[in-house]
Design a protein around this ligand. Structure first.
Ligand code: ATP
Length: 357
């Protein structure tokens, strides 16, 4: 009998669904978000008043977030990170596709799905600035049905934990950006969600506050919570994430552990040149050298030199061609080094551009 039941569950994919539920905190299948935007004509005066076109912000993406992991969602401005987060946290309705949170479909059962999630959106004024940090937490505790002694205990614990206790009775408007970010995090944690969604949590913070917040994020993971984190800081994604999905123009272009993403670039040498000059002609010439994959450059205001990064796929012969070509163009090489690939290099290799271009 038991055998028949198991066969039935396997055949109907029910078992697979149940097993996925045990493994995955978030499952995103074929997720798409289209926005209607004003039509971009070459000449705006030719545009008829109500002409609209479809802009695809999230283009049929698929990924799973495992329970207990930090999943970094990395991409440049406008790549589709916030749109994805808003769909996962039920703030935006997908155009198509499905999102399951702990096995619950967020469109069909938003309330059930939301009991598992705490969200902190980027730059969001999610707390009341005229209330104190303590009052904010007590208020949001009450919203989740947590009152009395339990609310006080939780509030005290989170204020201390997020180093807000010394200024807990001051209004939030007087807090620094880092403190405001920590109150928003405390608010998201008050109902003890098992999934925390953080949109650009360290954006706008000074390096010390950003470091402190990253440590807190790692502690929250240690408690067994799942964290879905968007960022456009490569080092942050590298340092915090168990796995990283890289999104560009609404599409996932890579998904793996940070180490595997970098290892996949192993055959590529990353050459850093510091040059006293850099011209478009030299760039074009260098690009014609076989096995040169990508060239990016920036001007360093401090040194008044150009920093040129070249991805080379087959080592020494190409490197000597690169040096010869540069020198014969009358450019002086001030510094030369070969680097280990970083996530930034992974991104350049995949897209041909640097993340902040
Ligand atoms: N309501 C909307 N209507 C039209 N276009 C939108 C809307 N919301 C977002 N977009 C567009 O969708 C694209 C993705 O936006 P999204 O905010 O998801 O990017 P992001 O990766 O979070 O970028 P950032 O790091 O700058 O926050 C952008 O081009 C954005 O302009």
């Amino acid at each position: 009998m038991a055998r028949y039941i198991i066969e039935f569950l396997v055949k109907t994919h029910i078992l697979k669904g149940v097993l996925n539920m045990l493994d995955y905190a978030i499952e995103v299948n074929d997720l798409r978000k289209e926005f209607q935007v004003k039509k971009k004509n070459e000449h705006f005066w030719k545009r008829k008043n109500k002409e609209k076109e479809i802009f695809v912000a999230v283009d049929n993406i698929n990924f799973d977030v495992k329970k207990g992991e930090i999943f970094g969602f990395l991409g440049p401005n406008g790549a589709g990170k916030t749109t994805t987060i808003k769909m996962i946290s039920t703030l935006l309705r997908p155009t198509s596709g499905t999102i399951l949170v702990n096995g619950e479909n967020v469109v069909e059962n938003p309330i059930k799905a939301l009991t598992n999630i705490g969200t902190v959106l980027a730059g969001e004024r999610s707390t009341y600035w005229k209330l104190t940090g303590r009052e904010n937490l007590e208020y949001f505790a009450a919203m989740h049905g947590i009152t009395g002694k339990k609310a006080k205990e939780k509030t005290d614990y989170l204020l201390k934990r997020l180093e807000l206790d010394k200024r807990a009775d001051e209004t939030v408007e007087k807090y620094s950006t880092g403190m405001k970010q920590r109150v928003a995090l405390a608010k998201a944690l008050i109902a003890e969600p098992n999934i925390l969604i953080l949109d650009e949590p360290t954006s706008g913070l000074d390096p010390q506050s950003a470091r402190n917040l990253r440590e807190i994020i790692l502690e929250i993971k240690e408690e067994g919570r799942t964290i879905f984190l968007t960022t456009h800081y490569m080092e942050e994604a590298d340092q915090l994430s168990d796995r990283i999905g890289i999104i560009d123009h609404g599409k996932i272009i890579a998904l793996d552990t940070p180490q595997n993403l970098k290892n996949n670039l192993n055959k590529t040498n990353i050459i850093n040149l510091e040059l006293n000059n850099w011209t478009k002609d030299v760039l074009e010439e260098i690009k014609t050298i076989p096995a040169i994959e990508n060239v990016t450059s920036k001007f360093n205001e401090n040194t008044q030199n150009f920093e040129v990064k070249v991805h080379v796929s087959n080592g020494s012969e190409t490197i000597s061609n690169l040096i010869t070509s540069t020198i014969s163009s009358g450019i002086k090489i001030i510094n030369f080094r070969v680097e280990e690939p970083t996530l930034e290099d992974v991104f350049i290799n995949l897209t041909g551009k640097s993340l902040r271009e």
